[in-house]
Ligand binder design. Structure first.
Ligand code: F0G
Length: 458
């Protein structure tokens, strides 16, 4: 069957009502939240695009799996199922369950990093870099330059620049680089994928210098689908085959099951090396739990194992990418400035281009997220100057990208919901000239985006 956007490959058997509010109610709620979408109550939100993390809808098969939880303190059979899923689908020998992705990042950073080391990566993710730095490493961004340009249409904008990697090896020496952190896809670049050829080249160069490659597997299925759709030679391969091949060029991975595991909580560290696994198991008992459950219940491990198998279905993942693309296409057709090409999990609005009259230190992206909520009850997330924070001298970091992220949860919303989002953004764009910025009422000292409060500049 020929279609431009794939229809939902599932039908609805249970529903969760969501709040339909009036503009007056939203004005009230936004004021109460200090113009910060992180501080809104979920029950005041109509369409929640804050994140795709842990906001997935599980299948009937996963819910059935919850009833089969084996909550033994040790040797749960659900752990065995998770182990089978990781071995069969990702190809790693060992798995250490953790409460979510950052739990795995904590273990990996502690067992591999020595103070003074360098960890290169294709752009950073906040928690990943924080764990590397907490263990004494310096992070180096070795993503291709194209990733920093919102208008560049490179099909694999998550790729690593091999020259930047070689330069770092020449500069600090391979013995100071415990591993390369390779994210598939790259969240903060806009959900951009990495090509198989690039993954292969990175692994070859790393092996030559005896450096390990550790994947951030959080959105690996999205990455595999982009490879199938865009990279020559992969159109006829299954998602399962592509995922296996991707991981065959690595030594392990950290995984947030809350994304491509299609669950609400959970994650793991996967490894091939026996010694590293031994080290990880001696740490996991301190931070998470026994090595056969880590931070998870038996039922949660069962749901994750089942979710991992479901995620290999081409219809599941191509529908997901089509939903994101649909929203992107509608916005681009109306001339709305967004990050291109459209990535795997979200649309990123370019707030600098949307509200050019608002100086960056009057927070255009924060204001755009607030206006979108006010207009239609859609919740999004600022990814700009507020998220970037201040430097040691107390001055704002001024990031190049001043963005609002519209993140699509898996299997939760329909194309009709995305029409509401698109119509609302388009309406706001028509009235963009009238809008002014925000100023702080309260600014917390760290990770200010979570709890800061603002008021509009009159
Ligand atoms: N790596 C990536 C690429 C992520 O996007 C996230 C989480 C993590 C690691 C950490 O995983 O949340 O399970 O501990 N991203 C969420 C987001 C929070 O909204 O993008 P976690």
């Amino acid at each position: 069957m020929d279609y431009k956007y794939m229809a939902e490959p599932y039908k609805i058997k249970m529903v969760e009502p969501i709040a339909v509010t009036t503009r007056e109610q939203r004005e009230e709620a936004l004021k109460k939240a200090g113009y910060n979408t992180f501080l809104l109550d979920s029950e005041d939100v109509y369409i929640d695009l804050l994140t795709d993390s842990g906001t997935n809808a599980m299948s009937d098969n996963q819910w059935a799996g919850l009833m089969l939880g084996d909550e033994a303190y040790a040797g749960s059979k659900n752990f065995k199922h998770l182990q089978e899923a990781v071995r069969e689908l990702y190809g790693f020998k060992h798995v250490v369950p953790t409460h979510q992705g950052r739990g795995a990042e904590n273990l990996l950073s502690q067992i591999m990093i020595k103070p003074g080391d360098y960890v290169p990566g294709n752009m950073y993710f906040t928690t990943t870099r924080a764990h590397q730095e907490l263990n004494g490493a310096t992070f180096r961004d070795i993503i291709i330059d194209e990733a920093h340009d919102p208008q560049n249409e490179h099909p694999f904008k998550g790729n690593i620049d091999l020259r930047k990697l070689q330069d770092l090896i020449d500069e600090v020496g391979a013995e100071k680089i415990p591993y390369i952190c390779l994210a598939v896809t790259v969240n903060l670049a806009g959900g951009q994928p990495v090509a198989m050829s690039n993954i292969k080249d990175v692994y070859a160069l790393a092996q030559k210098h005896n450096i390990k490659v550790m994947m951030d597997a959080t959105r690996c299925v999205e990455n595999a689908c982009f490879i199938k759709q865009r990279e020559p030679g992969y159109a006829h391969k299954t998602i399962k085959e592509i995922v296996r091949e991707m991981f065959s060029y690595s030594d392990g991975c950290t995984m947030s099951g809350k994304k491509d595991g299609i669950v609400n909580i959970g994650g793991f560290l996967a490894l091939n090396d026996d010694d590293l696994y031994q080290k990880a198991t001696s740490l996991v008992v301190v931070y998470e739990g026994m090595p056969s459950y880590g931070g998870m219940t038996g039922r949660d491990m069962e749901a994750l194992a089942r979710g991992m198998y479901e995620s290999m279905d081409y219809h599941f993942i191509s529908h997901r990418l089509d939903q994101v693309k649909y929203l992107g296409d509608r916005l681009m057709a109306a001339g709305i400035p967004i990050v291109k090409p459209v990535g795997g999990h979200a649309i990123f609005l370019d707030a600098k281009a949307f509200y050019p009259q608002i100086p960056q230190d009057e927070f255009p992206a924060q204001m755009l997220a607030a206006q979108l909520y006010l207009q239609s009850g859609v919740r999004s997330m600022e990814r700009g100057i507020i998220s970037a924070g201040r430097d040691k001298d107390g001055n704002h970091h001024y990031p190049k990208l001043e963005l609002v992220r519209l993140t699509i949860p898996r299997r939760v919303y329909t194309y009709s919901h995305l029409d509401v989002v698109a119509d609302s953004v388009i309406d706001l764009y028509k009235e963009r000239e009238k809008v002014k910025g925000l100023r702080f009422v309260y600014e917390p000292p760290v990770l200010r985006f979570f709890t800061a409060r603002f008021e509009p500049i009159k």
